[in-house]
Design a protein around this ligand. Structure first.
Ligand code: S3P
Length: 185
């Protein structure tokens, strides 16, 4: 039986720690819902013509955070709904969170620490994790950021299951959220 699909009146902004699957799942979610997908990091890389790592090295983190905010603002102003994958730091900044609250629905993809560590350990493309011991930095980021990610409209716990099953779970959670919203109104 085909899964019921939600009607999106607003963009869905995927938030969560590095390696939680915002891009991989976001792409597939967008395809299923037949709406455009954007990854904020990739958008910035295209605009700036360099990688996130190069940007941190050349201009510093504050410059990157401003570029992130500008890109988010651009997508929050679009009329059509998008599925938006954000970098792990986007939702942490108050100015971004208030934009998202106003214009979109936030969805936290929550993944167990061991799974995250395993995924991020396979890459060296995340400057924040290259500043020391990955396991320790990831743990610190979890402690600092989880109380903030918890503020998202929707939380979905995922694991190392096939992508399709995880996208099913995201869709079910969006439908449930839409239902609750309608009842509240
Ligand atoms: C960051 C996460 C990265 C990227 C940058 C900073 C963060 O994106 O935006 O390295 O502050 O958590 P992913 O969450 O897609 O890895």
């Amino acid at each position: 039986m085909q899964q019921e699909l939600p009607i999106l009146s607003k963009s869905i902004v995927l938030v969560g720690l590095m390696g939680c699957g915002k891009s991989a799942l976001g792409k597939r979610l967008a395809k299923r819902l037949e709406v455009p997908f954007v990854d904020i990091d990739r958008h910035i890389e295209q605009e700036e013509k360099c990688t996130v790592t190069e940007m941190f090295a050349k201009h510093g983190e504050a410059y990157f955070r401003n570029a992130e905010h500008a890109a988010l603002k651009y997508y929050m102003q679009q009329k059509e709904p998008y599925i938006i994958a954000t970098g792990g730091g986007v939702f942490v900044a108050e100015r971004n969170r208030s934009l998202i609250q106003q214009y979109a629905i936030s969805l936290w993809i929550k993944v167990a620490y061991d799974v995250l560590l395993d995924r991020v350990s396979q890459k060296n493309t995340r400057p924040l994790l290259e500043q020391g011991n990955k396991a320790e930095i990831l743990k610190t980021l979890m402690d600092e950021r989880y109380p903030i990610y918890e503020k998202a409209d929707i939380t979905v716990e995922t694991s190392n299951r096939p992508h399709d099953q995880m996208v099913d779970k995201l869709i079910a959670a969006i439908i449930e959220y839409n239902g609750k919203k309608t009842n509240d109104e």
